[in-house]
Ligand binder design. Structure first.
Ligand SMILES: Cc1cc2nc3c(=O)[nH]c(=O)nc-3n(C[C@H](O)[C@H](O)[C@H](O)COP(=O)(O)OP(=O)(O)OC[C@H]3O[C@@H](n4cnc5c(N)ncnc54)[C@H](O)[C@@H]3O)c2cc1C
Length: 410
């Protein structure tokens, strides 16, 4: 199995690494300390990212975008996250919701919305599923009528009227366009009775509610969106009426895992550098076996997680919308990042918890990754377990037919 990256991917990774060194790292640490979440949103970095083609990186080439495949997206998100998790999160939401333009939009919708996406360097996209009462219920195969969104979209001739409330939405308060998951028929389960709608930020009846301040990824906003008789043209519905379940949008949770790897790698690199020059007991601390072991454990975690991400991004997903390997990668990498950033703080000694050194920021950023990227880790573990033992994307030696346990009756 060859894990050598194609040349085009290597070049993209180098380009984004240079972008992070130039545009992200020098600004992120100071910027994330600002109190007001909307005021600290890094429009200058977003504009620079647009100039690099990153805002439209995943739009298909026939529509004028970069046409990046999942492996390329994972590489980009790892690099961005090693610089700043907030900007990486803004870009991941952009990648996920660009998929609606790739896969679902009609020609008329592309003609209406893509020129702005391609030309406006501030054309940030966001997507809203989570509501105050329903979080994980969106991600589970929950067939009760009460599951799924409570936000309603009622058809009135050639318009829809939206009412309801979304929460914790990445890029809430700064996005130009919001993709909203809403109930078109509240009398049936969400699989049958929901659709996606595109709502421009300045639509009457849409307002931004509370903008959360948070522990990490502080350059990204997370906000409430409130819909009060918000009327949009029927032409802003993406896919069929009652048709959300049939859209087949693919969002691989391995992209969230790639973010976790980036933040863990940033912490590992800082810890390694520190361990080489910090002298205690007459020698660099890396020569003390317990410090060396901390670094070795960090390196193992990173390599294992990256292997799973790259494998997920290059394995077809016959199992449906959410890749099994992608979920494994996300759970593994986010838990790994929490551990690696914690170890990095230990390598830094007492200085590790001070704001003068970078590892406390990586530690905080790592803590923000358990919930987003398709579902919480607990929900993903349930979904992974449900697909064991015979899913086609499992390694053959993990499938039931190949397993023999000691004591198993013949
Ligand atoms: C940084 C960040 C960015 C986000 N960005 C977006 C965004 O852009 N768009 C969007 O729509 N949402 C976004 N979210 C929201 C995110 O999708 C939700 O937080 C997540 O789905 C969990 O929902 P909840 O917070 O309501 O938690 P709950 O669903 O209330 O879960 C609370 C706890 O209970 C566990 N739990 C719940 N149900 C079960 C179950 N059946 N079995 C076992 N355990 C269970 C969960 O794992 C969790 O540990 C974001 C969240 C964060 C933190």
């Amino acid at each position: 199995m060859d894990l050598t990256l194609p040349q085009g991917h290597v070049e993209l990774r180098e380009r984004v690494r240079a972008f992070v060194e130039r545009e992200v790292r020098p600004k992120a640490t100071e910027r994330e300390k600002r109190r007001d979440p909307l005021a600290r949103f890094p429009w200058d970095i977003v504009e620079a990212a647009a100039a690099e083609g990153l805002l439209t990186l995943t739009l298909r080439t026939e529509h004028g975008g970069g046409g990046a495949d999942e492996l390329a997206q994972a590489l980009v998100l790892e690099e961005l996250s090693a610089g700043d998790m907030g900007i990486a999160q803004v870009l991941r939401a952009q990648f996920v919701y660009t998929e609606l333009f790739n896969v679902v939009a009609t020609d008329a919708q592309r003609a209406r919305f893509l020129p702005e996406l391609l030309e406006n360097p501030r054309c940030v996209l966001a997507g809203a599923m989570t509501e105050p009462e329903t979080g994980s219920d969106h991600s589970l195969p929950y067939d009760g009528v009460e599951g799924g969104p409570h936000t309603t979209a009622v058809r009135e001739g050639d318009r829809y009227r939206l009412n309801g409330r979304k929460t914790l939405i990445t890029s809430g308060g700064v996005a130009r366009y919001y993709f909203i998951w809403a109930r078109t028929d509240p009398s049936v389960a969400p699989r049958q009775g929901t659709s996606w709608f595109l709502v421009p930020h300045d639509t009457p009846g849409l307002r931004v509610g509370h903008v959360y301040d948070k522990l990490g990824q502080r350059l990204a906003t997370n906000a409430e969106l409130i819909f009060e008789d918000c009327v949009i043209p029927a032409g802003n519905r993406f896919g069929a009426h009652d048709g959300a379940a049939s859209l087949g949008i693919h969002s691989n949770p391995a992209l969230g895992a790639a973010q976790a790897i980036g933040v863990a790698r940033g912490a590992y690199e800082a810890a390694l550098a520190r361990a080489r020059w910090r002298v205690q007991g007459g020698r660099p601390i890396i020569e003390h076996p317990q410090v060396a072991a901390l670094l070795a454990e960090m390196a193992i975690g990173l390599e294992a997680a990256r292997t799973l991400v790259w494998r997920s991004c290059t394995t077809p997903d016959p199992g449906g919308m959410v890749s099994l390997l992608g979920m494994m990668a996300k759970v593994h990498a986010t838990e790994m990042a929490a551990e690696v950033t914690r170890r990095a703080i230990q390598v830094f000694g007492g200085y590790g918890v001070t704001e003068e050194y970078p590892v406390e920021k990586f530690f905080r950023d790592a803590a923000t990754l358990f919930h987003p990227a398709a579902a919480t880790n607990q929900v993903m573990l349930q979904k992974i377990a449900a697909r064991l033992p015979d899913d086609e994307t499992l390694s053959p030696h993990l499938r039931a037919a190949s397993c023999r346990y000691v004591g198993e009756p013949a």
